[in-house]
Design a protein around this ligand. Structure first.
Ligand code: SF4
Length: 319
C-alpha cells in the first residue's frame, strides 16, 4: 500500500431529507483509500449504502459531509464543468446497461457518444477507437451497426464496458455489473473485467451484494452495513478470517465457501433496519448473534487487527 492513493474518501456522509420530516442516513462516515491498479470490492445487502457511495464519489449525488480526493485533487470543491471533465477519468458500469443505451442508436453510435461528449478524436479516429473497443470486449467489429435489442444480457454488459472504457478512465466503478446475468455469463463478464483491468492498469471499485463474486475479483473487500464500513481488509483474509459477525454471516451464506470445509450457515434475524431510524449503539445489534449490553448503547470504533502495512479494520465491540 505504499503508492499514493488514486481515490481517497474520508468520513463521507450522505443524508436524504424526507419531505414530511426525518432523514435517511445513507452514508455515515465512510473512509477508504484505493491505490492505482487496485480492485476494491464493496459488499453488503441491499439498502446498505453501497450504490449511494458510488454516486457520491462521482458527485452524481452531492455529499452531506466528508472529503473525496482523486489523484490528490479535492473533488467536492470542483465546479460542475470541472467535475464533468474529471469524470472522464472515473467511469461507471451499471447493472442494466440497456437503461443507458438509446434503442434508436446503433452500438457504434452508443460507444462513440462519450468520445464526442469529451471532444476526443476526429470522426475517423473515433470510428477506429469504437472498432478497437468492440474487439477488446469480445463482441467483434460487425456489432458496430447493430441495435441494442439484438444483443443478449451478457453482450449488452460488454457494450456497457466498452462505453465506459472509451474515454480511457483510470477508475471504473461497477455497480452490480453481473447481478442480472445467469451464473455462466457472470463468470465470462468477471473474467473480461479482470483481463481488462490488467491490460489497461485500471482501478476498479466493484459493488455487489454477492460476496462470492466480490471475492473473485477484489484485492481488498469492504463490507458495508447501514451506511458504514464494518470490516475492511485483504480479500483472502476477510474470506478466511472474517472478524465481524455480519461478515461471518455473509460468508456462511455463500455455498461451499472453502472447498473441503463446510461451515454452518448463520441465519440473521430480520431485515436491514430502516435507515431513517438506525438503531442506537452498533447498528447491527438487533440482528447480531453475539450482541452484548454495550452494543445496544455505544457505537463501536474502528480497530486494526492487521498491521499498518496490511490493515484489517473492524468495527465491533468484540475487538
Ligand atoms: Fe455484534 Fe456488538 Fe459487534 Fe455489533 S458490536 S457486531 S452487536 S458484537
Amino acid at each position: 500500500m505504499s503508492a499514493a492513493p488514486l481515490l481517497e474518501v474520508s468520513d463521507l456522509v450522505k443524508h436524504f431529507p424526507l419531505k414530511g420530516g426525518g432523514v435517511i442516513h445513507a452514508l455515515n462516515g465512510v473512509s477508504l483509500a484505493q491505490t492505482p491498479g487496485e480492485t476494491i470490492g464493496i459488499v453488503g445487502e441491499s439498502g446498505c449504502g453501497k450504490s449511494t457511495l458510488a454516486r457520491v464519489i462521482l458527485r452524481l449525488l452531492e455529499p452531506t459531509g466528508g472529503r473525496i480526493t482523486f489523484e490528490g485533487r479535492d473533488l467536492i470543491g470542483l465546479s460542475k464543468p470541472a467535475m464533468r471533465e474529471k469524470r472522464r477519468a472515473m467511469q461507471m458500469i451499471f447493472q442494466d446497461p440497456l437503461a443507458s443505451l438509446d434503442p434508436r442508436f446503433t452500438i457504434g453510435a452508443a460507444i462513440e457518444e462519450p468520445l464526442i461528449i469529451h471532444g476526443l478524436g476526429t470522426k475517423t479516429e473515433r470510428r477506429a477507437k469504437v472498432l478497437e473497443l468492440l474487439d477488446m470486449v469480445g463482441l467483434g467489429t460487425e456489432a458496430v451497426s447493430r441495435y441494442p435489442h439484438e444483443f443478449s444480457g451478457g453482450q449488452r454488459q460488454r457494450i456497457g464496458i466498452a462505453r465506459a472504457l472509451a474515454v480511457e478512465p483510470k477508475l471504473v466503478i461497477a455497480d452490480e455489473p453481473v447481478s442480472a446475468l445467469d451464473v455462466s455469463i457472470q463468470s465470462q463478464i468477471l473474467n473480461l473485467l479482470a483481463e481488462l483491468r490488467e491490460r489497461l492498469a485500471l482501478s476498479l471499485l466493484f459493488i455487489s451484494h454477492d460476496l462470492a463474486v466480490v471475492r473473485y475479483i477484489s484485492d481488498r473487500i469492504a463490507v458495508m452495513y447501514l451506511g458504514q464500513i464494518v470490516e475492511f481488509g485483504e480479500a483472502d483474509r476477510i474470506y478466511r478470517d472474517a472478524a465481524h459477525p455480519y461478515t461471518q454471516a455473509l460468508i456462511s451464506a455463500v455455498p461451499e465457501p472453502m472447498p473441503g470445509r463446510r461451515q454452518q450457515r448463520i441465519v440473521l434475524k430480520g431485515d436491514v433496519p430502516n435507515p431513517e431510524s438506525p438503531p442506537p449503539g452498533c447498528p447491527f445489534h438487533p440482528r447480531c448473534p453475539k450482541a452484548m449490553a454495550i452494543c445496544r448503547t455505544d457505537l463501536p470504533i474502528e480497530n486494526n487487527l492487521g498491521t499498518d502495512a496490511r490493515p484489517h479494520l473492524v468495527r465491533c465491540h468484540l475487538f
